[in-house]
Write a protein that binds this ligand. Structure first.
Ligand code: ADP
Ligand code: MG
Length: 659
């Protein structure tokens, strides 16, 4: 009957059920048997239910649900209308059949049925015609019923389709509604969130309002304060204007003062330069004076050749220092003049061999730049050489020797006693002066750097006195001339020093080194030269001035001669080396004084090393230390003669006849 299962009417849907009920009710009514079984009252109730259902069909529950959407439900109404006539149609044929039956009964004599008004009449068994007509009537009834059933089915199908479309529509509406609901839920959540935010904001607002009130109070007080400050400000402004005025004036003054300072600095620098020149001139004047003529000029003995110029070379000065006697007494053969601090006389009493003539006294008079008696302190001596130390800072090479026999006081003069402040020698005092002076010169823009070295020359061999390594690994040394004509020693310790203490530590180290050597060789220090060198480098960056110099302090080997019979082996070698180097020192100084073209510096290690400090731009000071003991007379005379040559003094002897 149906094209597919899909086309079959659905019986499960609510509205269809309502219709089905309608149909069932109609069938119940039409069916004679159930009708007979039911009471009239029940039938009425059933009818009224059908009517109610019909009404309900008109307004089904779904339609009621849709009521808020307010859309008319036409389909349902139409279906219901279509059902109603079908009942009429179904009934009409029944009636007509009954009528027909009636007609037939008239002709075919049907058997009356007791107690039954609506059923077909009973026929006689022979009344086949009647039975056939009854059957026809029934068939007709069935046909009519079929038709009406068809009609009703179509109506129902229409209603079903309508219902289905309505259901689809409702489903759409439902999903729409669900979407809306979702949206609404979202909106509600948003609303809740917004309301909670609102609450928070309200709380904040209240807080802010509270703060605002506090701020208002503060503002009021600030305004009052502001007024006060404004008043103060205007007072300050006027003060500031006054201060600015005075600042401008001060700046003007400052500028003019800066100009003055620059001028004064220039003057100071020029003054410093002039002072250096004058200092130098003064020293040269001090050194270049006429020597007293000698009444007796014997050939000098010892290390010194004859000078061709009878005048001093200008930059060499000689100081004589007489050591005090060990017992504190006075020596009788060394005479010092109370009026002349430059003279010293050696007096020798010669007894008459014949006894007929009176004893004669032979005097050897010498004159030096200064003669210091046995009472002279280290400080007094240093005062004289401090000018030279200043020259070293001014950029002159300065060399200071101590010459004399062993025990005459050379080491005492040069180093002194480090423990006794009064007995400190020339080296610590010179170093102290240098570091004190550099501090002052720093104010004028000078920056100094110092390098110290300490070397010993023994038997024409060099030995580093600042060496701290293993004795077995002591390096060999050679004197080299650098490109800047500066003499340097290979493998020697050159220590950068920045303070007096550092230098004194190095002097101590040198003494330790010397005493170590001394234990292996008896009295070695008296037979070696020790050379302390301090290289000074000064820079005045502001004025683009530089100065380089070397301060050289030399404790020479003992100048005493030994009898040839005493000098054998190692001693002979030592004596030859000492004589050689001291003689060469004399030769070099003479050559410099004579302005000879060739100065034999290279003939000994000492002169070669001191080359830069002896000639040219250098200032030399020689101490001649003499021992006061009478048994040292010969050596003293020898030393004084040597020193006189250096000092460019004519050697003379004064003789005073004792009558
Ligand atoms: P040198 O080095 O010439 O061999 P020293 O300097 O060692 O001689 O002096 C020998 C001794 O004489 C040392 O004990 C030293 O202290 C002492 N002496 C030297 N000169 C003086 C002096 N001017 N005043 C006091 N003592 C001195
Ligand atoms: Mg000595």
């Amino acid at each position: 009957m149906y094209a597919s299962k899909k086309d079959q009417p659905h019986m499960s849907r609510l509205p269809v059920m309502a219709s089905k009920r309608v149909l069932a009710n109609s069938e119940d009514v039409d069916d004679a048997q159930p009708v007979q079984k039911k009471s009239r009252k029940e039938l009425m109730a059933s009818k009224s239910q059908a009517a109610a259902t019909t009404v309900g069909t008109r307004r089904p529950p779904v339609a009621a649900t849709r009521a808020p959407v307010s859309r008319p439900v036409r389909g349902v109404g139409a279906a219901t209308v279509a059902v109603a006539p079908s009942r009429g149609v179904t009934r009409a044929p029944l009636a007509s059949t009954a009528a027909k039956g009636g007609k037939m009964a008239a002709g075919a004599a049907p058997i009356p049925k007791a107690g039954s008004a609506g059923g077909p009449p009973r026929r006689h068994p022979w009344d086949m015609k009647g039975k056939v007509s009854d059957m026809k009537g029934k068939i007709q009834d069935y046909h009519v019923k079929m038709k009406s059933a068809h009609l009703e089915k179509e109506n129902l199908m229409g209603s079903l389709a309508e219902f289905q479309s309505r259901v689809a529509e409702m489903e759409r509406d439902l999903s729409e509604s669900q979407e809306r609901l979702l949206v609404l839920n979202g909106v509600q959540e948003e609303l809740e969130r917004v309301s909670s935010e609102k609450k928070t904001l309200q709380t904040e607002l209240r807080n802010l309002q509270d703060k605002y009130r506090v701020m208002e109070t503060l503002r009021d007080s600030q305004e009052t304060e502001n007024q006060t400050l404004k008043m103060k400000l205007s007072a300050q402004e006027s003060t500031l204007a006054r201060v600015q005025d005075s600042l401008r004036r001060s700046e003007d003054e400052g500028r003019s003062l800066e100009g003055t300072v620059a001028r004064l600095e220039d003057q100071l620098h020029a003054g410093e330069m002039e002072r250096r020149q004058l200092h130098n001139t003064l020293q040269e004047l001090k050194a270049s004076r006429f020597s007293p003529e000698s009444r007796d000029s014997p050939e000098p003995r010892g290390h010194f050749p004859k000078l061709s110029h009878p005048r001093s070379q200008g930059n060499i000065r000689v100081f004589c220092r007489v050591r005090p006697l060990a017992n504190g007494g006075l020596s009788d053969h060394i005479q010092l003049s109370a009026n002349d601090a430059k003279a010293v006389t050696l007096a020798k009493r010669e007894e008459s061999h014949t006894g007929k003539s009176a004893d004669t006294q032979k005097n050897y008079s010498f004159s030096f730049d200064r003669v210091f008696g046995p009472g002279a302190t280290q400080q007094q001596i240093f005062e004289e050489i401090s000018l030279l130390v200043q020259s070293a800072l001014d950029g002159y090479n300065v060399c200071c020797f101590a010459y004399g026999q062993t025990g005459s006081g050379k080491t005492y003069t040069m180093e002194g006693d480090a423990q006794d402040q009064q007995a400190r020698g020339m080296i610590p005092r010179a170093v102290q002066q240098i570091f004190a002076a550099t501090c002052k010169l720093a104010a004028q823009g000078w920056e100094f750097s110092f390098t110290a070295s300490f070397v010993e020359i023994y038997n024409e061999c060099l030995r580093d006195l600042l060496y701290t390594g293993k004795a077995s690994k002591r390096p060999e040394h050679e004197i080299r001339k650098s490109t800047s004509n500066k003499m340097t020693i290979t493998n020697l310790t050159y220590k950068k020093v920045a303070s007096e203490d550092q230098v004194l530590c190095l002097v101590d180290l040198a003494n330790q080194n010397r005493s170590t050597a001394q234990t292996t060789q008896n009295d070695r220090s008296s037979r070696s030269h020790s050379v302390f060198q301090l290289d000074i480098e000064g820079v005045n960056a502001g004025r683009d001035v530089k100065c380089n110099s070397t301060l050289c302090l030399v404790d020479l080997a003992g100048s005493e001669r030994m009898l040839k019979s005493q000098s054998q082996g190692e001693r002979f070698k030592e004596m030859t080396a000492i004589n050689g180097s001291l003689s060469n020192l004399g030769i070099v100084i003479t050559a410099l004084a004579n302005k000879e073209s060739h100065v034999p510096y290279r003939n000994s290690k000492l002169t070669y090393l001191l080359q830069g400090c002896l000639g040219g731009n250098s200032k030399t000071l020689m101490f001649v230390n003499i021992a006061p003991e009478s048994d040292s007379f010969a050596e003293t005379l020898n030393s004084l003669r040597f020193a006189s040559k250096v000092n460019d003094c004519m050697i003379g002897t004064a003789s005073a006849n004792r009558k």
